[in-house]
Design a protein around this ligand. Structure first.
Ligand SMILES: [Fe+2]
Ligand SMILES: [Fe+2]
Length: 173
């Protein structure tokens, strides 16, 4: 995917995530967990603002198709959190966040040598925050009896991440 395409995808997918976490937070009983998910939602809105700024700087407009598609996906996931119990929303959120880390690491590569090269630190910070989200959701499901089977089916879980990002890592600028 090229730089405009990845920015458009990130911009729309961040709102999907924020919508999904609105539903997720509302479905969780524990007040501390609800508060943490609300913070995660706020961080996804921040990511969307960063993506918006980068698109403006490049003269790239959001995709109306992706905006609609991801708004619908985000709302459906948000609603579904109320009916599928505790484990699955936590598991699939962590799995999704695990992939998000890679999208921002890929974005760092794509901005190199472009007008957005100076966004490097901001994008790295977004990757770090997504990693933090991934690890928080992993903690919620770790030790759950369903986790090994889900990890086998969906490829993510304890010791199985889609990214090899570790906090403090610095990709070459
Ligand atoms: Fe995000
Ligand atoms: Fe996230």
């Amino acid at each position: 995917m090229d730089l405009p395409g990845l920015l458009r995808l990130a911009y729309s997918a961040e709102r999907a995530a924020a919508y999904a976490y609105q539903g997720h937070a509302a479905s969780v009983r524990d007040a501390a967990e609800r508060a943490r998910i609300a913070v995660i939602e706020a961080e996804e809105w921040q990511h969307r603002e960063h993506a918006a700024r980068m698109m403006r700087r490049l003269g790239v407009r959001p995709s109306r198709y992706l905006e609609l598609k991801y708004a619908v996906i985000g709302r459906i996931i948000g609603w579904s959190c109320h009916v599928i119990g505790y484990f699955m929303p936590m598991y699939f959120a962590g799995r999704l966040e695990s992939g998000n880390v890679n999208e921002y690491l890929r974005l760092i590569e794509l901005v190199r040598g472009t007008a957005l090269a100076d966004e490097y630190a901001c994008i790295l910070e977004m990757a770090r925050v997504e990693k933090e989200h991934e690890m928080w959701f992993l903690e919620r499901v770790s030790g759950h009896p369903w986790l090994p089977r889900f990890t086998g089916l969906f490829g993510w879980g304890e010791g199985r991440s889609f990214n090899s990002f570790s906090p403090g890592e610095r990709a070459a600028g």
